[in-house]
Design a protein around this ligand. Structure first.
Ligand code: ADP
Ligand code: ZN
Length: 202
């Protein structure tokens, strides 16, 4: 409970693959909170510097001012305690300590909006999103469009070769894929097209 406003806090999670509209949805909810004259603060991890240093930016170029933090604890340091609504983008990059911090914030009456990838480039649950989903009051799963077949896409396909969990990048390095078209790791299909021996008589 917020000692100033008497409001009960909660956690809302928006999760899905890249290009599924997580940032757009987060920005939409935060704009509505501002219209409702709530005090809003937005955070994102330092690692995500794809487009802009002090803004969250969607692939459709919607923008909102945000504070860049080096880790989840810094959210508490940078927070104005009068803030009522806290938006956190790219939450999957914060690691396990975000779980306690989001819970603490909700327990003290803050509305905590968390957006992040639910699975990694191999299709595995991306910590700390699974824990946050369990603790949240509200969960929204966003889907993208599969770039191979046009079906709803739940996966983030990495197109460049790397075994690192985090390779920051956008178009060209990743694309959305459905369950059927997703190939964990880097797709080898194109390479195999060239490697395939010529069919006799073809
Ligand atoms: P996320 O935060 O989930 O990566 P964004 O909110 O940044 O997603 O971007 C969503 C926007 O990306 C969509 O509104 C659309 O304009 C664009 N987009 C590009 N590729 C795709 C795709 N494969 N499926 C759906 N939207 C896409
Ligand atoms: Zn597909």
């Amino acid at each position: 409970m917020d000692i100033v406003t008497g409001h009960v806090g909660w956690i809302e999670v928006i999760c899905g693959p890249m290009f599924s509209g997580k940032s757009e949805e987060l920005i939409r909810r935060l704009r509505r909170a501002k219209i409702a004259r709530k005090r809003v603060q937005v955070f994102k991890p330092v690692l995500d510097d794809r487009y802009s240093v002090d803004e969250i930016v969607s692939h459709g170029d919607q923008r909102m001012k945000s504070t860049v933090v080096a880790n989840a604890k810094e959210i508490l340091d940078q927070m104005d305690w009068r803030t009522q609504v806290i938006g956190i983008d790219e939450s999957n990059f914060f690691g396990p300590e975000l779980v306690d911090i989001a819970s603490q914030l909700a327990d003290t009456g803050k509305q905590v909006l968390i957006a992040g990838l639910d699975t990694d480039y191999l299709g595995r649950p991306f910590s700390p999103m699974p824990e946050l989903l369990c603790l949240a009051e509200s969960i929204t799963k966003t889907l993208a469009i599969c770039m191979r077949c046009g079906n709803p896409a739940k996966h983030t396909q990495r197109l460049v070769e790397s075994n690192d969990l985090i390779v920051v990048g956008a178009s060209g390095m990743y694309e959305a894929r459905c369950r059927r078209c997703f190939e964990p790791g880097v797709p080898k299909q194109e390479v195999m097209e060239f490697a395939r021996p010529a069919t006799p008589g073809a």
